[in-house]
Ligand binder design. Structure first.
Ligand SMILES: Nc1ncnc2c1ncn2[C@@H]1O[C@H](COP(=O)(O)OP(=O)(O)O)[C@@H](O)[C@H]1O
Ligand SMILES: C[C@@](O)(CCOP(=O)(O)OP(=O)(O)O)CC(=O)O
Length: 506
């Protein structure tokens, strides 16, 4: 019998907290996206040939030359995962994920149990939703305009026609989602963590030990593959879903970051009971009937070089930069608190809430004046949306200011023009440049009232602005917010196109 394990993990958008989230004194507002990475682990069900080591074959059928086969040699002390000579390319992220996950499995289960769980060759398929990669060429070849409707008509998991290093990414955090889904599916498949580790049933707010272990391992592998300990907000979103993220101190990973890791030392660091994992992932979600819209902007930026310059400016101007960061942080917190309070109002006063959503969705945000003739709960709702709008604008102003001070195009003038046009559309709450900013992308929050004809939806008006925009090539992403809490186990046949991706040859 072929046994199959599928785990998906969402992409992310850092709405607020770019740069600041690198410092544990500040936090970031991270929204996880409906666009996901999927890893399918299958074992052949046939005992391997006697005398040959186990092989793991990993395929990414969306790319050219993207099959990597590894041999696995395990003894009592260590695991060796070696790429075979025939591989056409290398994949450091995948290789490290296999190597370190199997090493952790050996530590936790011991040799015999690992060998029992890994007695057959494994075939692993990795795919990402179309949103992770620019679909401009696909739309153009089908003569489709760049709209949400066109994107929703594209087949799932479209091939990109290129090798991985050449693909145009959209900034949703492909490597974090990929690593999270890969290490989580392997931990489950090899019975290192219990099968219900990713279940959210019962509504328990606290994450299971298995999910926490998958998080720590994914952070470790991601840092190792990237060659540095980043803030980790993208991995945290892939594991836990939308959240207010405060980073862990990088010291937790230092013992494992250089050279060979001595046998038996992974679990000591990666165990959830290690208190040096001092990150915080506080629950966050967008209010009901508020939709996240994302667009990819043609140019793209080199995030590491933007980050390097901003951090240099911060170091050289500690007093002034502290003032700027504290100011931005205040607005970030105001945005997240206001949105959370609106989520509560949406459930405590659903009637007035929906009424105000309908009302405000027809007005430009400058017209959202609290009207004393409105009943008080309606006034409270209008005022809260106005505060959210103001916070988003204050964040933009201060991020632009920080860009000017540090000589970095965090919100370059072309993006300012586009965002100003979008945020003046009726029914748009606010927007900004995600993460490190630059010429990459924009995000918007718009009202999404129930039972509203498509042509009257704020998102339709916004798409009108995008499609006729001249300054930049603006292409929407299909993603909205994922309300699922991060990584989850999937049924292979329930995800359209996934079985075909697994069966396809390449
Ligand atoms: N579909 C995929 N299959 C296999 N590996 C992938 C895939 N997508 C991304 N990767 C891995 O992630 C790396 C990209 O990492 P990075 O440039 O940090 O991306 P991002 O900024 O999207 O997180 C690739 O070089 C590759 O190793
Ligand atoms: C500057 C940062 O705080 C945020 C960068 O976020 P982005 O979402 O812009 O990053 P990419 O995934 O590289 O596109 C750096 C960090 O926290 O790692």
């Amino acid at each position: 019998m072929v046994s199959t394990t599928v785990v998906s993990a969402p992409g992310k958008v850092l709405l607020a907290g770019g740069y600041l989230v690198l410092d544990p004194a500040y936090s970031g507002v991270v929204v996880s996206t409906s666009s996901r990475f999927y890893t399918v682990v299958q074992d052949s069900g046939l005992a391997q040939d006697v005398g040959r080591p186990i092989q793991i074959r990993v395929r990414s059928p969306q790319f050219v030359d993207a099959t990597w086969t590894y041999t696995v040699n395990v003894d009592r002390e260590s695991v060796r995962v070696d790429p075979i000579a025939k591989n056409h390319s290398k994949n450091k992220f995948v290789h490290l994920a296999l190597e370190r996950t199997l090493a952790l499995a050996l530590e936790l289960k011991g040799l015999q149990a690992l060998q029992e769980n890994l007695s057959n060759d494994l075939a692993i398929t990795i795919v990402g939703d179309n949103d992770f990669y620019s679909q401009r060429a696909q739309l153009a070849s089908r003569n489709l305009p760049p709209t949400l409707e066109s994107l929703s008509k594209l087949p799932s998991f479209l091939p990109t026609g290129v090798v991985i290093s050449e693909v145009h990414k959209t900034g949703l955090g492909s490597s974090a989602a990929l690593i999270t889904s890969l290490v989580s599916s392997l931990l489950l498949h090899l019975n290192v963590i219990p099968s219900d580790s990713f279940s959210t049933q019962g509504g328990s707010e606290s994450a299971s030990e298995g999910r926490l272990l998958a998080h720590n391992l994914a952070q470790y592998v991601h840092c190792l593959a990237q060659g540095k300990v980043g803030s980790g907000f993208d991995v945290s979103a892939a594991v836990f879903g939308s959240q207010l993220y405060t980073r862990f101190e990088p010291a937790v990973l230092q013992p494992l970051m250089s050279g060979q890791v001595p046998p038996g030392s992974l679990h000591k660091v990666l165990t959830p009971s290690n208190s040096a994992w001092n990150f915080k992932a506080e629950p966050f979600q967008l209010p009901p009937y508020v939709r996240l819209m994302l667009a990819d902007v043609d140019a793209g930026s080199d995030t590491p070089s933007l980050v390097g310059k901003v951090l240099k400016w911060r170091q050289e101007n500690s007093a002034a930069s502290k003032k700027t960061w504290d100011t931005i942080d205040g607005h970030n917190q105001k945005l997240s608190k206001t949105l959370l309070s609106l989520s509560q109002l949406g459930s405590s006063h659903p009637g007035p809430y929906q009424k105000m959503i309908k009302y405000l969705s027809t007005l430009q945000s400058v017209q959202w004046l609290s009207n004393p003739s409105l009943p008080s709960e309606e006034q409270t709702i209008v005022e809260a949306f106005s505060r959210a709008r103001q916070a988003a604008e204050d964040i933009r102003n201060n991020m632009r200011e920080m860009g000017n001070l540090s000589g970095v195009p965090i919100e370059p003038p072309e993006q300012t023009e586009l965002l100003d046009a979008c945020t003046s559309v009726a029914g748009v709450i606010g927007g900004g440049v995600p993460g490190a900013g630059g010429y990459d992308a924009i995000w918007l929050l718009v009202f999404d009232p129930a039972d509203c004809p498509i042509e009257e939806l704020p998102s339709t008006r916004v798409q009108g602005v995008w499609s006729s925009w001249k300054g930049l090539d603006v292409s929407p992403l299909l993603a909205s917010e994922s309300k699922e809490k991060g990584a989850r186990v999937e049924d292979l046949n329930a995800i359209p196109g996934l079985q075909d991706a697994v069966n396809g040859s390449s």
